[in-house]
Design a protein around this ligand. Structure first.
Ligand code: ADP
Length: 591
């Protein structure tokens, strides 16, 4: 018997190796969002897919993960290389699809059969009813800060997220958080204070922000960063504090890891280690339920398979973000720009469609300053994205137009900088800087991309002289040299150091005078909807009669009245942490 088994075993091993020999692997590449994506596709000898592996993908972690995981899995399951892209990771998805096709076709494999379009057929799961203390709608920055704080205050929490991944717009941000430790030695050295942050936030928003909400934001921002540190998040020190575009003062702290992805690594670790928070991806909240007294008491959501999920809860936190990706809504509300049709790109993720607004309207919630929509002059010309932006801080770079000339204060408010850009030819400008920012080009920008990667991907240019740079930018070299020479006079060591220039710019660092020189093109892009539902300092939501809707809380971009007519750069992430935490605590402790 033993002998017989040994023979069977040997045969089985031989069969496995014969089968393994019958497989053939092919490697291929294609352009991803940041850099080349490389894949290996293994086919069985009958031409069916044995395996698909993404060997290399430098796209933003957290943003591209869902595509890297889901597309190869779908290809294997469906035996097709023509599968659906993953929402929110379209560039990475298309890169993987193209790399797989290249791998096969460049090796002479006929892909006709494998290109047959197939979709995953899913059986609709049964409808279900769940119970918890706090249900949070949206797993972006504010939602996860709220969920964790609610849990820390003893609540059982369910978070629903309509996309296949967490992060929302927050994960696409550069990671800068404005915060001041009042009266600390560092704040004094920076000539900064909580009050100065408060004043600049209100003034920068044309005094439309609610003073109490603004004070809540600025007073709690530094503690908010400490809270993330307690959760394990790492931050760079004081030496890295900088002025983010439109931030108006050097008070932005930087996470140590990849831009905003660090928040979600940290929040994700926390959630993985508690059984009191359950996170439901691909689950879209449709409606906020209220009881007979009008108090919020849960939500109705649609699950991944189209099933209905009813979640009964003691309280509800709305953290659904903004509506910059909803062209209809932004055109209906916009009171600043008057032309926010689909031709104006957006930095936002595809889920920023204003679902929270629609759900809250049904409860007669009060909305404030909905017309205040922020544009940035910093969008990728093809996609509108923030990523690909080569700038680090305000004081080291200039903006020049297609004639190679500076045209405005690059240290100013975001709305002013965007208006200035709309007045330039083709609404396009170049951000120009030198080796101070990237001594070699292998250093990363605020989005975890190296300058050299961006150059290789055709998203930036690099040169050893200004003449060469001008040629790559296709701008007039004499203009570029003259505009930089004039700018350099105001920089450290220049003859006009300490003075404001002709555009009113006062933030100057080192001159732009040492190769390598860099430039990246940018266009206006819709970034942040500053209006939203009206809340108080406990994140309680008001209705149109000025009454509180019991057990309903909101935080983050879905709320209005904090940033006024123009939000300071670096205040949005602070907002998610500060108000996310307050909403979580309020929701956990409500009666
Ligand atoms: P904030 O900065 O305010 O946290 P984010 O954009 O980072 O905003 O996050 C908002 C999150 O809410 C996004 O991940 C988005 O997909 C999610 N979301 C929006 N609408 C819904 C909805 N109806 N159901 C579940 N999640 C939603």
């Amino acid at each position: 018997m033993k002998k017989f088994l040994a023979v069977i075993l040997a045969l089985a091993m031989m069969m496995t190796s014969v089968l393994a020999l019958a497989e053939t692997s092919y490697t291929g590449t294609a352009k991803g969002f940041v850099d080349e994506i490389q894949v290996t596709v293994t086919l069985n000898d009958d031409g069916s897919i044995a395996d698909v592996v993404v060997d290399k993908c430098s796209d933003t972690p957290g943003v591209c993960d869902a595509a890297v995981e889901k597309i190869p899995a779908a290809m294997k399951e469906l035996n097709s290389i023509n599968v659906d892209t993953v929402g929110g990771a379209t560039f990475t998805s298309n890169g993987i699809l193209a790399a797989v096709k290249n791998a096969l076709e460049s090796n002479g494999v006929d892909t006709t059969a494998l290109m047959e379009k197939k979709e995953v057929v899913v059986d609709k799961a049964a409808d279900e009813t769940l119970e918890c203390d706090v249900v949070v709608i949206g797993a972006g920055g504010a939602g996860l800060a709220a969920a964790i704080t609610a849990e820390q205050n003893g609540a059982n929490v369910i978070v629903v997220e309509k996309m296949a991944k967490v992060g929302g717009n927050t994960i696409l941000a550069g990671g800068a958080v404005n915060a001041v430790e009042d009266r600390s030695e560092f704040a004094i050295k920076q000539n900064d204070s909580v009050y100065w942050h408060y004043w600049q936030t209100l003034n920068g928003g044309d005094w439309q922000g609610d003073p109490e909400l603004v004070m809540t934001l600025v007073e709690n921002a530094y503690e908010g960063i400490q809270w993330t540190k307690e959760l394990g998040m790492e931050w760079l020190g004081e030496e890295a504090v900088f002025t983010v575009s439109g931030g108006l003062w050097p008070r932005a702290w930087k996470p140590a890891g990849m831009a905003s992805a660090g928040f979600f690594e940290t929040y994700g670790n926390y959630i993985d280690n508690t059984d009191k928070i359950s996170l439901m991806l691909n689950t879209k909240a449709e409606e906020i339920m209220v009881d007979a007294s009008g108090a919020a008491c849960g939500i109705i959501a649609t699950g991944e398979t189209g099933n209905t999920i009813t979640i009964n809860a003691k309280s509800v936190v709305v953290a659904t973000g903004g509506f910059s990706k909803n062209v209809e809504l932004r055109m209906a509300y916009d009171s600043i720009w008057g032309m926010l049709d689909e031709k104006v790109l957006s930095t936002n993720h595809p889920g920023a469609t204003g679902d929270g607004v629609k759900m809250l309207q049904k409860l007669n919630a009060d909305f404030i300053q909905m017309g205040n929509i922020q544009l940035l002059p910093l969008g990728d010309p093809q996609t509108g994205s923030l990523s690909g932006n080569i700038e680090h801080g305000v004081d080291s770079r200039i903006f020049v137009n297609k004639s190679g000339l500076r045209y405005g204060d690059e240290g100013g408010r975001r709305d002013d900088m965007t208006r200035d850009l709309f007045a330039q030819e083709d609404n396009l400008m170049w951000i120009v800087m030198d080796s101070d920012t990237y001594p070699t080009g292998d250093e990363i920008n605020n989005f975890g991309e190296t300058a050299n990667q961006l150059v290789a991907a055709g998203r930036a240019v690099k040169a050893d002289s200004l003449e060469e740079l001008a040629a790559l930018m296709n701008v007039d070299a004499e203009n570029l040299k003259a505009t930089i020479a004039e700018y350099n006079e105001y920089c450290i060591g220049g003859s006009k150091e300490g003075q404001a220039d002709q555009f009113g710019r006062t933030l100057f660092g080192a001159p732009i005078d040492t190769a390598p020189f860099y430039a990246g093109a940018r266009v206006p892009t819709v970034h942040h909807t500053m209006g939203g539902v009206r809340i108080d300092t406990l994140c309680r939501v008001y209705n149109e009669n000025g009454e509180i809707i019991e057990n309903l809380y909101a935080a983050g971009e879905v709320t209005g009245g904090i940033h006024g007519a123009n939000r300071l750069g670096g205040n949005a992430l602070a907002d998610t942490i500060v108000f996310g935490r307050i909403a979580g605590e309020s929701a956990a402790l409500c009666k």
